[in-house]
Design a protein around this ligand. Sequence first.
Ligand code: NAD
Length: 359
Amino acid sequence: MSQHILCLPGDGVGTEILREAVKVLDVVRERFQLAIEVTHGLVGGAAIDKEGTALSEATLKQACGADAVLFGAVGGPQWDHLPMDQRPEKGLLRLREGLVSFANLRPAILYPQLAQASSLKPEIVAGLDILIVRELTGGIYFGHPRGVKTLENGEREGFNTYVYSESEIRRIARVAFEAAQKRGGRLCSVDKSNVLEVTALWRDVVSEMARDYPDVELSHMYVDNAAMQLVRDPRQFDVIVTGNMFGDILSDCAAMLTGSIGMLPSASLNAEGKGLYEPVHGSAPDIAGQDKANPLAMILSLAMLLRYSLDEQAAADAIEKAVGGVLNQGLRTADIADDSGETVGTAAMGDAVAAALMT
Ligand code: NAD
């Protein structure tokens, strides 16, 4: 029986990089004789323009029925005038909610070939390999009440609600403990428990769970310190687990340690292991349509998809090896360019990975 991948390119560079990932998928399907059915749909601004909403019910249904969703990026200045709840980004939030993909796995690995591209000194980042596990469907991004109201004195006041239930904390912590067991055995839980009650509960629940994972060394860190430590001595971390907002910020910070946001894949998994796979970056309107975007984060997201949702380890390994191979050849997109390598465009980089997979 074939497995089903739904491709949702979205907007901006999303369409360009997803095209390259599909190129790579076609090669691995052939090479590893994978029975994978691929369909395509609209999301974000592209869906607003054609279907009047950032994520139609039909597309959501298709996504829920698929084994995995390969997602590009959404958003762009042409839709920024829309009310907040009608913007392209809502399509992604609805998709995450609909799939109940509560666990966001974001590896931050520094390829040795790119040590010079990091914003930190090579001796501080060489060999970096962090996994950030971010809670994705709760916390302040989803809490109610929320809004902007006008006070009696005429001043406007904005408000959001930061909320986590014990079960929400448990299920994300479980993913993180299990990930730590498969990696270096160290888990750092990040919170702001000295100020926010909700994260004091977070710390209590994670600490209680540590008893079930005696092989994992658990530590706790306040988010402000974690941000500092990530740029001071990032290799101290193995797995980091944190809530939605802190994870959003820390994972972008970790992204820069690796040289480029264009190198970072991510997976968002639900309880059944089905997932949404997407690069960490957005639709990059500043470089969209110019064949400048780095497709490697998207291609590495495909490798994660094959590994976590389709259980095709050999194909996933082959893609990651092919990416290492093209970096070894000196090929670089503009975002990771250095003096030694050859600067290529989005399509040429995708072609090179596909070619490396055929050899
Ligand atoms: P962004 O990630 O799109 O871009 C930030 C910077 O990184 C830009 O300079 C961009 O050129 C660069 N960059 C991003 N991806 C790159 C790639 N593959 N190769 C080379 N360089 C790359 O973030 P932004 O500029 O804050 O947001 C742009 C739009 O994307 C907004 O509409 C925002 O809402 C949306 N967005 C979407 C997602 C998503 O779909 N998951 C995430 C973040 C932002």
